[in-house]
Design a protein around this ligand. Structure first.
Ligand SMILES: [Zn+2]
Length: 109
């Protein structure tokens, strides 16, 4: 087993607006500003000004406190905030394990 299995490849990088860490775009969740509000964009394909956050509660909390609205140049409405808080509540508590799961389930609590 001496072969190279992983090819080094350029990956787009983005900054988490919660903790300011620069990471591969695919490890971050995109939040997009649309004409009718701020939405989570799991596909990353929606057109609009976007910001990125880790799937970590602490980053979302910080983002909600101001990082997100300044990155998106928008004031979060109560509705936007609620939508993001629902998602935040579905995130696991911060742990050392990086879970690759991006399932958004809304059945708990
Ligand atoms: Zn972060």
């Amino acid at each position: 087993m001496a072969g190279k299995s992983a090819k080094p490849k350029h990956v787009p990088q983005r900054t988490c607006v919660g903790c300011r860490t620069v990471l591969a775009k695919r490890t971050l969740m995109r939040i997009v500003r649309l004409p009718d509000g701020v939405f989570i964009d799991p596909t990353g394909k929606l057109n609009g000004r976007g910001a990125y956050l880790h799937d970590k509660k602490t980053c979302w909390e910080r983002g909600l406190k101001g990082g997100l609205s300044s990155a998106l140049k928008v004031t979060l409405t109560a509705e936007d905030r609620h939508r993001l808080e629902v998602y935040l509540a579905s995130l696991p508590e911060e742990s050392a394990a990086a879970l690759p799961s991006t399932d958004i389930t809304d059945t708990q609590t």
